[in-house]
Design a binder for this molecule. Structure first.
Ligand code: SF4
Length: 729
């Protein structure tokens, strides 16, 4: 299918200084934790997006000197020629697909903990960091400033040697020195680099001039700038000053890369979760900056709809569609528009698990795209699937939650003779049928809608609902392979990871004790005004139920044994705003308390953690968000009877998703995907080994090649599908 001509404008080339973007799609800098230390993963992750039609892709923040070291997080690094060598793989891979390669220069001031390099951090003014515990810096004098600018110059030379086409002087959030000089929140200097706007702008402008001079047309110069610090108070950087800076710097810049937010603690203001903003939420700020520049502008805002992208470009709001999360969720988004397959776009749900992984210091993953981060180490391609060696088999997948849906979809794409996805409920989706009904999580339904549509297109997959299968029914079904994906449920006895015991008096058959499912699915009535939500899990469920109950008019107390409310949401960049919302809604927040008893007359008792102090609440109901338990009875029953399976002709029995271990949705999707990708290995229950980019003592050669080997040892080029277990070195 050809693209709709109305989208032609999105595929026009755009000149940025000495370089040309082949279209208006730009995979903007975003964290992965691949940095320079996982060069294979870095290269393949970005290259798959280039193959999917993005005209450029960039590294994440890239430290340009050991005095800005962010260990243990893995930023990019351009400290020396070893980094040049590692990052050049990414540049080569992007160029293979006709895309430009960008690098985002970062220097951190007080925000650079320098745990690895142990260097004192050069900074703007000596004020302790607001996001890195007790980290500070020394105030650079003019000689130090010259040295720092020389660091930018040398980094530009290295970037050019690595093959980068775009050098981006990061000035977003408040983490780079460039922005810290401009922002009075950081800049308290009284020399010519502090005080007036002109003085505060000086460092960034001078550095731009120097970088531009050394680049000398070899690469384009981009600037990522925060359009609004979103900070309150007298130290706020005026938006007017940002606009003035854009005007002043415009002749030195080939591309403006726009974002919002000041403190990196509030990174979630820019990487806004879907609970607070729909796509194109940064439009008002784009419109603020637009009149102040004559250069191309790339803007983000979790764009997933081609219509919204088109409107943003046609209105002049931005010139280039920038994306981090939409490109993670669907690296082939531009290609799908180009090929007239917009219904196939795997839309980001705005859950921020991708950022959460990075914040936890591990490699990126995605709820919607199970292949994100697995392009190199497992050889997974988001759009290509090899025909399974055992494609003549019939597969029965029991349970159509996230894991079952994903498994059936991939099995279908791998050409299995027939795949039956059988669900007991009237609709598919499992937990994702009701989780999106929690306040703000409506877009999470895309986990279901995307897969529902993909399944409908697969002739070899049949989706059967309203059909509960017990072991006997499974054995007589006629399947060669059975995959059990029956999910999990919230326990009603209060068993939890803190005490490892149930809670005294917790019994969900009582009218005042609730599990999340009883509230959200069964419609069990809450017998009064005051509800205590007890959240041991610490992610979205406890706060989501508290918000729902409050919206329904209840008086809500949210109790948690953790020191923070919903601690995992601080990884997903939601924690700060979520806490503000809970306060604004009038939900009482009680941290560091352990519920020890629920009385039979509706009062809940609470014991203060690690003290003798005891409090109790006269509540009408208590909702227990303590832990989930796998619904694995069917699997265990089938597994216990190998003779019956053999008699039934079942050669393979596997389980995926929450019925193995209840985890986040991203892991359930991954698990279903992984099994289907490896359904034809010797033992699909055991994942194939993945490539570890570790240093091996005695290894004579750590060179990477764009050629990798399949599991059968066949060399395959980067752009070909592969199932790699070893890289050719
Ligand atoms: Fe979007 Fe969630 Fe995937 Fe991140 S993890 S790209 S927010 S779907």
């Amino acid at each position: 299918m050809a693209r709709d001509p109305k989208f032609d404008v999105l595929f026009e080339p755009i000149r940025i200084g000495p370089k040309t973007l082949k279209n208006r799609f730009y995979k903007t800098p975003h964290c992965t934790n691949f940095g320079s230390d996982w060069p294979g993963a870095q290269a393949y992750f970005r290259a798959v997006a280039a193959e999917g039609g993005w005209a450029a892709a960039s590294t994440e923040y890239c430290s340009i000197h050991p005095s800005s070291d962010h260990a243990p997080l893995s930023s990019g690094r351009l400290w020396d020629d070893s980094d040049v060598r590692n990052l050049s793989l990414m540049c080569d891979a992007l160029h293979e697909h006709g895309a430009l390669a960008g690098v985002e220069f970062w220097t951190g001031g007080a925000h650079a903990p320098n745990f690895e390099s142990r260097m004192p951090a050069p900074g703007v003014s000596q004020i302790v960091s607001d996001c890195e515990w007790r980290q500070s810096c020394y105030e650079m004098d003019k000689d130090d400033i010259r040295d720092m600018q020389q660091i930018y110059v040398e980094a530009t030379r290295r970037a050019i040697r690595a093959g980068f086409d775009i050098v981006n002087l990061y000035g977003g959030h408040d983490v780079p020195l460039t922005y810290q000089f401009l922002d009075p929140f950081y800049n308290r200097r009284d020399d010519e680099y502090g005080g007036s706007f002109e003085n505060r702008a000086r460092f960034w402008l001078e550095t731009l001039e120097l970088v531009r001079e050394v680049a000398d047309g070899a690469c384009a110069i981009a600037v990522r700038i925060s359009m609004d610090s979103l900070r309150e108070g007298p130290l706020r950087l005026d938006n007017e000053d940002v606009c003035r800076f854009v005007e002043l710097a415009d002749p030195l810049v080939d591309l403006w890369d726009l974002q919002i937010g000041g403190s990196i603690l509030e990174w979630g203001q820019d990487t806004l979760a879907s609970r607070w903003g729909k796509e194109n939420f940064q439009k008002p700020w784009h419109e603020m900056i637009r009149p102040h520049t004559t250069r191309p502008v790339v803007g983000v805002g979790r764009f997933t709809s081609p219509e919204t992208m088109l409107a943003a470009v046609m209105s002049g709001q931005i010139d280039i569609i920038g994306a981090a999360r939409p490109s993670i969720s669907d690296p082939f988004l531009p290609k799908k528009i180009e090929e007239g397959r917009t219904d196939d776009i795997r839309e980001c749900i705005g859950c921020n698990i991708c950022a959460g992984r990075v914040m936890q210091g591990v490699l990126i993953a995605c709820t919607q795209n199970a292949t994100a981060g697995e392009e190199y180490r497992r050889g997974w391609h988001p759009e290509r699937f090899t025909t399974a060696k055992n494609a003549d088999r019939n597969v029965l997948v029991v349970g159509a939650g996230p894991a079952g849906m994903e498994c059936a979809t991939v099995l279908g794409r791998r050409g299995m003779h027939s795949v039956h996805l059988v669900e007991a409920e009237p609709e598919i989706g499992g937990i994702m049928r009701w989780i999106p009904k929690l306040p703000g999580l409506a877009e999470w339904m895309r986990v279901v809608s995307y897969r529902e549509y993909q399944l409908s297109k697969l002739d070899n997959v049949e989706v059967i609902t309203r059909t509960a299968l017990d072991a006997e029914a499974v054995l007589s079904y006629g399947a060669d392979i059975v995959v059990v994906a029956t999910g999990s449920h919230w326990v009603g006895d209060g068993l939890n990871g803190v005490t490892h015991e149930p809670i005294l008096g917790a019994d969900p058959s009582l009218p005042h004790v609730f599990t999340p499912e009883q509230l959200m699915v069964d419609g069990k009535a809450v017998p009064g005004a005051h509800v205590v939500v007890y959240d041991v899990e610490g992610y979205f469920m406890g706060v989501g139920l508290a918000q729902k109950l409050r919206r329904d008019g209840h008086d809500v107390t949210l109790v948690t044994p953790h020191s923070q409310i919903a601690p995992y949401t601080f990884f997903t960049l939601e924690g700060w705003q979520l806490n503000r919302d809970l306060h604004a809604q009038g939900i009482r927040l009680v941290a560091e308390h352990l519920v020890t008893e629920i009385s039979p007359d509706r009062a809940t008792g609470c014991h203060v953690f690690a003290t003798d102090h005891t409090v109790s609440w006269e509540a009408d109901a208590v909702v227990l968000v303590t832990q989930r338990a796998s619904d694995d009875a069917l699997f265990r029953q089938l597994r216990a009877d190998p003779e019956a399976r053999e008699h039934a002709g079942i050669s393979g029995l596997y389980r995926v998703g929450d019925c193995v271990v209840p985890r986040v949705v991203a892991e359930a999707v991954f698990d279903g995907h992984r099994l289907a990708r490896e359904i034809d290995t010797d033992n699909p229950a055991i994942p194939l080994p993945f490539i570890r980019e570790n240093r091996v003592l005695g290894a004579s050669n750590l060179d990477y090649d764009l050629t990798v080997r399949t599991a059968d040892g066949v060399p395959v080029h980067l752009s070909e599908p592969r199932r790699a277990v070893a890289v050719e070195r």
